[in-house]
Design a protein around this ligand. Structure first.
Ligand code: UD1
Ligand code: UDP
Length: 360
């Protein structure tokens, strides 16, 4: 049985790595890996292939950056050619990026079986580009791998045929459990004179934050105001770096925080564990903070990972309230992750389900 996996953006390399490893363990299964090229800097792509042991992609479509329509359209056209040539038994897509949508559309239009990992997540904000990508992908998928009970409920509420839905857990939990032991941030912490549980780790890249001058400057004001012995470590996503530069805020940020290039996954996991608080608008980073027992402030009006809020391990935060929230963060409960996110067996359940559905 041939599975064709479509990836393109940083979090998808991490999610696909653990499922790819599981595919390789199964006799009779093969994987064709397609990289759309949505993320292409070494620090956004190559480092993840190296650190996570992902195979070199069979195809790199080299699509690069563009407006949503142009980027998705270029991917769709190139993916169609690959799918026609490969005729896989399953097309497997991850998450909610433009690469996810293009992979899903290309498969559905050719009548190829489509499976979606991270199905059912909703922010209920249609203005968010990812929400459109998720809703459309779920609508046209044949197998929907939901990470949480909340995701299953969202799909039920939308009337999705329950026979297509599988509650499998979260592949990012599988990945965090597997890779955290390989992380060694000692050298990074020594270089930047960081003390365990005495620094704040920040990531930012959502359009709602980077593309609003008002929100971005409020965030910068708060981060630059974090004082005393508490340092702020800020790996900059290229979108964020460009936005800070455009708004004339970059010099201030580099002067007041430990501003670094995007980090590799292993350093990221280690710093998430060592930080006193994680501040982020990332879906993946908020969960990893939770998995690793670090409290988190989510710089968004909503989150798809409602379990973190229900357990009071994370809190939604407006930019204007950030400085006060950093001084008084929520308390995390690491143990809670185990049951809620599939116990580290999501990738095994996904591959089992792909094989079972094909045999049925
Ligand atoms: C994308 C996803 C988002 C996901 C994020 C993960 C969509 C709509 N968004 O957002 O859901 O959370 O990836 O990180 O698919 N750039 C570079 N080098 C790169 C990649 C991007 O410089 O390797 C710059 C380009 O200027 C580009 C901008 O970053 O225009 C944004 O990249 P893009 O992939 O369009 O969206 P992300 O913000 O990364
Ligand atoms: N990540 C990383 N280096 C960074 C920032 C994030 O390795 O500098 C990892 C992070 O640990 C998580 C994933 O990237 O596994 C999250 O991706 P991102 O925040 O880009 O996207 P999202 O999860 O919001 O879609």
């Amino acid at each position: 049985m041939k599975i064709l996996t479509v990836v393109g953006a940083r979090p998808q390399f991490i999610k696909a790595a653990v499922v790819s490893q599981e595919i390789r363990l199964r006799p009779g299964l093969s994987e064709v890996l397609v990289h759309t090229g949505q993320h292409y800097d070494d620090s956004m792509s190559r480092i993840f292939f190296e650190q996570l042991g992902l195979a070199k992609p069979n195809y790199n479509l080299g699509v690069g950056s563009a407006s949503h329509g142009a980027q998705t359209g270029r991917m769709l056209e190139a993916l169609e050619t690959v799918l026609v040539a490969e005729r896989p038994d399953w097309v497997l897509v991850y998450g909610d990026t433009n690469s996810t949508l293009a992979g899903a559309l290309a498969a559905a239009k050719l009548g190829l079986p489509l499976a979606h990992v991270e199905a059912g997540l909703r922010s209920f904000q249609r203005a968010m580009p990812e929400e459109i990508n998720r809703v459309v992908t779920d609508r046209i998928s044949d197998l929907l791998f939901a990470p949480t009970n909340a995701a299953v409920r969202n799909l039920q509420n939308e009337g999705v045929d329950e026979k297509k839905v599988r509650l499998v857990g979260d592949v990012m939990f599988d990945a965090a459990l597997r890779y955290v032991e390989y992380s060694d941030v000692g050298p990074f912490m020594a270089r930047h004179d960081l003390q365990e549980k005495r620094f704040v780790l920040v990531t930012l890249h959502r359009a709602e934050n980077t593309d609003s001058r008002a929100r971005l400057s409020e965030i910068v004001d708060s981060l630059c105001g974090v004082g005393g012995a508490t340092k702020v470590v800020f790996p900059l996503h290229p979108r964020t770096k460009a936005a800070l530069d455009r708004e004339g805020l970059l010099d201030r940020v580099t002067a007041s925080t430990i501003c670094v290039e995007p980090l590799g996954y292993l350093d990221m996991l280690g710093l998430e564990r060592a930080a006193s608080v994680v501040v982020t608008d990332s879906g993946g980073v908020q969960k990893e903070a939770f998995f690793l027992g670090t409290s988190c402030l989510i710089l968004r009006p909503t989150t798809e990972w409602v379990e973190l809020l229900e357990l009071n391990c994370a809190r939604l935060c407006e930019p204007a309230d950030l400085a006060a929230a950093i001084a008084s963060p929520p308390q995390s409960q690491k143990a809670a992750a185990q049951g809620l996110f599939g116990g580290g067996a999501a990738s095994r359940r996904i591959v089992d389900a792909l094989m079972d559905a094909r045999a049925a």
